[in-house]
Design a protein around this ligand. Structure first.
Ligand code: ADP
Ligand code: MG
Length: 484
């Protein structure tokens, strides 16, 4: 089928008079909202999103869904890190800790101290998201990154799918209306919450109604996305989610040292079955040593961590680069067909070290950077260096620090789509590029995988004028798919 055209004929009048009230009121009524900076509790803004869904080919969409379980198992297997893989993650992380002492180094040190004391909870929960752009020449999905910690927008993904469906059903799209089967509503909320509920059932609590602890950033503005998961957990599964920042952890929680280090809330005695991190993935989340202590407090507890330190570390961009080596990938994925499917989504990624490949990487970075993006071991958007900015950036560093970066081929996505984007009080008619994210959940221990699932999807778009697509960081907007 040919790519559907996103309508361009809505005039400003119709948009302001008819469409804006529909859109704003749906968003306010259903919590498609974000707090502004310096917010008051009772005042929120509408999260940025597109008026129309964006065309994604059925083939690309299905391929991205199809590889997710393979990726879940891959990252679970890497973070198992037992003798059978020669403690590969341990070795690689130790090396990386030398060049990225500030963050990888600290996470690693923390992990070692927890490991040396003995980790009592064997169950581990991965809530992952694999992000793709569709390469325009190959018409092939290519992986941007694999996220293993604090993946966001699952809540909003479902809501944006719902508003697009509502606008379609209500006739706002007029003659451009879509067939229901072409605009599937992302199942992220029901599926991720189902996995939390199933993981919680596997936890052997001694208290009757164990809870989930969501550890959040101070002054979090993306509350309503998180709340969508919390409300669904309560409504569909009767599971309570308690929110805390690192500041509150040691004050409000206690660990029963004599009973497996079970974690509970002091004031209510509620037992915490799962610690779900929506913070702790970037240096600025740890402002003081007290924050690192809070992380350690949680990690040594008996609660199931989503994710624990090793799962988080397996998501390093350096690990993503190493996995593009088929020999390394084979260590973790024996099945050739699965391996080929995963590799097909990779672009070339170079290290910047003293290896043969590293030398090629360094030469490209300094002399031919136009087709590359340079990435540090950081998460959360706004950290990458693009194209011709790369050489001068690298020159500003000591060469011993280059190790902490990877050089990745830039994926050139499908022809840009013009859409209408609502943001703040305004709307924009802009060309956008869309990034498809597939959620996956996996519960495992050293020996066994208890479940491995696809858990919904997300489409995020960014203005073509921006290199990055972070919605919370202000570069992008939420979107949903129209399949063709
Ligand atoms: P972060 O961990 O900060 O989210 P990402 O690797 O996801 O880092 O990069 C941030 C954004 O930069 C992506 O969402 C994408 O828009 C853009 N980007 C990253 N890598 C590439 C690439 N190889 N080709 C094109 N764009 C990219
Ligand atoms: Mg990203």
């Amino acid at each position: 089928m040919t790519r559907p055209i996103v309508p361009q004929n809505v005039d400003d009048n119709e948009l302001k008079e008819k469409i804006l009230p529909e859109v704003y009121q749906w968003a306010l009524g259903n919590g498609l909202l974000m707090y502004p900076p310096d917010f008051k509790l009772n005042t929120a803004n509408i999260a940025p999103f597109t008026l129309y869904p964006t065309p994604i080919s059925r083939g690309s969409f299905e391929e991205a869904l199809d590889v997710q379980k393979g990726f879940n198992e891959l990252y679970a297997e890497i973070s198992r890190d037992s003798g059978k893989n020669g403690a590969w993650l341990t070795r690689e992380t130790e090396k990386l800790s030398e060049s990225d002492a500030d963050f990888t180094g600290k996470l690693w040190k923390l992990y070692k101290s927890v490991r040396d004391e003995g980790i009592l909870q064997k169950l581990r929960l991965g809530v992952f998201r694999s992000d793709y752009l569709v390469d325009k020449n190959l018409d092939q999905i290519k992986q941007v990154e694999f996220n293993t910690v604090s993946v966001s927008f699952a809540g909003f993904s479902t809501k944006v799918g719902e508003i697009h469906k509502y606008l379609n059903d209500f006739g706002v799209y007029g003659a451009a209306c879509y067939d229901d089967k072409d605009i599937p509503v992302p199942t992220s909320v029901p599926e991720i919450t189902q996995s939390f509920a199933d993981a919680l059932k596997k936890y052997d609590s001694i208290e009757k109604n164990p809870v989930i602890l969501m550890v959040v950033q101070r002054g979090e503005r993306n509350v309503f996305d998180q709340r969508a998961l919390e409300y669904a957990l309560m409504k569909e599964h009767g599971i309570k989610v308690v929110r805390m920042t690192f500041d509150e952890i040691t004050e409000k929680l206690s660990i029963d040292e004599d009973n497996k280090r079970r974690l509970s809330i002091k004031s209510t005695n509620e037992e915490v079955a799962i610690v779900y991190y929506r913070t702790g993935y970037t240096t600025s989340d740890y402002e003081t040593d007290k924050d690192w202590e809070a992380r350690k407090f949680l990690e040594r507890s008996y609660a199931i961590k989503a994710p624990d330190l090793l799962i988080q570390l397996s998501g390093a961009k350096k690990i993503q680069q190493l996995l593009t080596d088929n020999q390394i990938l084979s260590k973790f994925i024996e099945n050739t067909t699965t391996r080929e499917k995963l590799s097909k989504t990779f672009v070339k990624i170079f290290p910047l070290d003293d290896s043969e490949l590293g030398k090629i990487g360094k030469d490209l970075a300094m002399n031919n950077p136009e087709k590359y993006v340079l990435k540090p071991q950081r998460e959360g958007g706004g950290n990458n260096i693009y194209k011709e900015d790369i050489p001068s950036y690298l020159k500003s560093l000591d060469e011993s620090e280059w190790n902490a970066y990877i050089l990745m081929e830039i994926i050139v996505p499908e022809p840009y789509t013009k859409n209408i984007i609502f943001r703040g009080d305004d709307f924009f008619r802009e060309s956008i590029i869309s990034e498809l994210g597939i959620y996956g959940t996996i519960l495992f221990d050293e020996e066994k995988t208890y479940f491995n699932r696809n858990s919904g999807w997300l489409l995020r778009s960014k203005f073509t004028t921006s290199n990055e697509g972070g919605v919370a960081a202000g570069f992008g907007c939420l979107d949903s798919v129209v399949l063709y």
